[in-house]
Design a protein around this ligand. Structure first.
Ligand code: GLU
Length: 276
C-alpha cells in the first residue's frame, strides 16, 4: 500500500515534469500568447541614459522603455505586468531565440544578418554611428582621424564595432560588453574614443557635461527595430500597428521629448514602418 502510493506520487511528479518540458521546449509561445496570459518579458538596455536605463530605485526610463510600454499596452498588457530584462548587444538574438524575452526594444539595428535569426517590427527610430571623445580632444573629428593607432572602444556584437573592424582595420578596436563600460574607459584615459549610435552617445555626453562631447557627422544609418521571434508574423504585425499608432497619436514625439530630449539631441521626423 505504502509502496504503491509512493510509486503513484513519483509517476505524477514525472508526468508534471514531462509536461513542463514538452511545453517549454517543443511549442514556443509567441509574444501574442504571452500577452494574452497578461504578462510580457521585454528586453531593454539597462545602462543607456535617455534610451534604456535602470534607475537606482529599480524603475526604468528612456525612449526604448516608453516604446516597449506603448507596444505592450496595444497587446493588452499594463506596465506593472512587464518584466524588463537586460539585453546586452551581443546577447539579443540568443535571448529571442531561447524565448527568454517576448520582444526587444534596445537600440537594436535592423540588419540582414540579424534577420537570419530573428524578425523585426519597425523601424521606430533612425540613428547614425558617431564618436564620443573627451571635451579637451581636438584631433579626433571623424572615423578617418582614428587611423594611426587610436584606441577606440565599442561593444561586442554591435553594428558600430563591426563597421570599424570591416572598414577601419588600422584602428585599435577594444570590444567591451556595454557602452557604459566604454564611457568609463574613456573617462579614465584607457581609450581615446567610444563609437556607437549618435543618440546613445548624446545621452552619455549629457551625463558628463564639459567632460565628454560627440564629434563629427553620423557615418552610418541605424534603423532601430523591435526584435522578436523569427516567424511570429502575427505579433510582428501587431507591433508594427502599435508603432504606427504611437507616431500618429503624438505619443512617439512626447516620449522622445520626455527622454532623449534632455540630451539636446534634436527631434527627427519619425520613420515609416517597413512591413517586409
Ligand atoms: N544600433 C547598434 C546595434 O544594434 C548599436 C547600439 C547597440 O549596440 O545597442 O548594434
Amino acid at each position: 500500500m505504502r509502496f504503491t502510493r509512493t510509486a503513484r506520487t513519483a509517476a505524477a511528479v514525472l508526468a508534471v515534469a514531462f509536461a513542463a518540458t514538452a511545453c517549454g521546449g517543443d511549442e514556443a509561445t509567441s509574444a501574442s500568447q504571452s500577452a494574452e496570459s497578461g504578462n510580457l518579458t521585454v528586453g531593454i538596455k539597462f545602462d543607456q541614459p535617455g534610451l534604456g536605463l535602470r534607475n537606482p530605485d529599480g524603475s526604468f526610463s528612456g525612449f526604448d522603455v516608453e516604446v516597449a510600454k506603448y507596444v505592450a499596452g496595444k497587446l493588452g498588457v499594463t506596465p506593472e505586468n512587464i518584466t524588463f530584462k537586460e539585453s546586452p548587444s551581443a546577447q539579443r538574438e540568443t535571448l529571442i531565440e531561447n524565448g527568454e524575452v517576448d520582444y526587444i526594444v534596445a537600440t537594436y539595428s535592423i540588419t540582414d544578418a540579424r534577420k537570419e535569426k530573428v524578425d523585426f517590427a519597425g523601424p521606430y527610430f533612425v540613428a547614425g554611428q558617431s564618436l564620443l571623445v573627451s571635451s579637451s580632444n581636438s584631433d579626433i573629428t571623424g572615423p578617418d582621424s582614428l587611423n594611426g593607432g587610436k584606441r577606440l572602444c565599442s561593444v561586442s556584437g554591435s553594428t558600430p564595432a563591426q563597421k570599424i573592424a570591416d572598414q577601419y582595420p588600422d584602428v585599435q578596436l577594444q570590444p567591451y560588453d556595454t557602452y557604459s563600460a566604454c564611457v568609463e574607459a574613456l573617462r579614465n584615459g584607457a581609450v581615446d574614443a567610444v563609437t556607437t549610435d549618435d543618440i546613445i552617445l548624446a545621452g552619455y555626453a549629457a551625463q558628463y557635461p564639459g567632460e565628454l562631447k560627440v564629434v563629427g557627422e553620423p557615418f552610418t544609418e541605424e534603423r532601430y527595430g523591435i526584435g522578436l521571434a523569427k516567424g511570429d508574423d502575427e505579433t510582428r504585425g501587431k507591433i508594427n500597428d502599435a508603432i504606427e499608432a504611437m507616431i500618429a497619436d503624438g505619443s512617439w514625439q512626447k516620449a522622445f521629448e520626455d527622454t532623449v530630449g534632455a540630451s539636446g539631441y534634436p527631434l527627427p521626423a519619425p520613420p515609416t514602418v517597413d512591413r517586409y
